[in-house]
Design a protein around this ligand. Sequence first.
Ligand SMILES: C[S@@+](CC[C@H](N)C(=O)[O-])C[C@H]1O[C@@H](n2cnc3c(N)ncnc32)[C@H](O)[C@@H]1O
Length: 199
Amino acid sequence: MPGKAGFYRTTARLLGAIDRRGLVLRYRYGDRRLLEECVLPALDADPAVVSVLLVGCAWYTRHYPALLPSAEVITMEIDPAKAVFGGARHIVADMAHVDAHIAPASLDAVICNGVLGWGLDHPAAIEAAFAGASRCLRPGGLFLLGWNDIAPRNACPPDTIAALDGLAIADIPGLRTHSVVAQARNRHCYQAWRKPLPA
Ligand SMILES: C[S@@+](CC[C@H](N)C(=O)[O-])C[C@H]1O[C@@H](n2cnc3c(N)ncnc32)[C@H](O)[C@@H]1O
């Protein structure tokens, strides 16, 4: 019986074959469409954005690096078996140790969608992950958080995370708001911050 890694490998191979025929299978829910059709393209259109970290990989995010063609995209995922859904530059790691893998002030954006409350659960790990991501951002760099404001995913909501206090609230790329509930059913929210520029 094939294990999880074999299943993901087969899935990635099949999806890759379908993708190459031009039919990219993906979720069509409103929260995904907002991210894929508005937020990521707006981020990609920003000439200041050339280095992006995407945290958390799944079959339905395999095409996200291609949605940021102007940037060098690094993907990071704690589960080694899901590396098949990562990009060309992929790091198998716990986001809590992000700054052991990525140089300080080297990223223009960190996209952390569906990770908080989906494995990144313990308050100390969350603080380490977000503080580390903040260190990896250049001044002015963007931290985009996608999270579900619904139990049990919202045990550690953003306004309780001290590491975010060091960042300034910002507009979500493509939207004129810091915060949006992109899908009512699962309370999938996007929120954006920027690392402050030096005074
Ligand atoms: C709900 S999935 C999909 C996330 C994806 N980024 C998205 O846009 O939906 C959450 C993923 O985050 C990964 N994950 C959970 N905790 C993590 C951590 N501490 N560091 C890196 N990846 C983590 C899980 O293994 C899982 O593949």
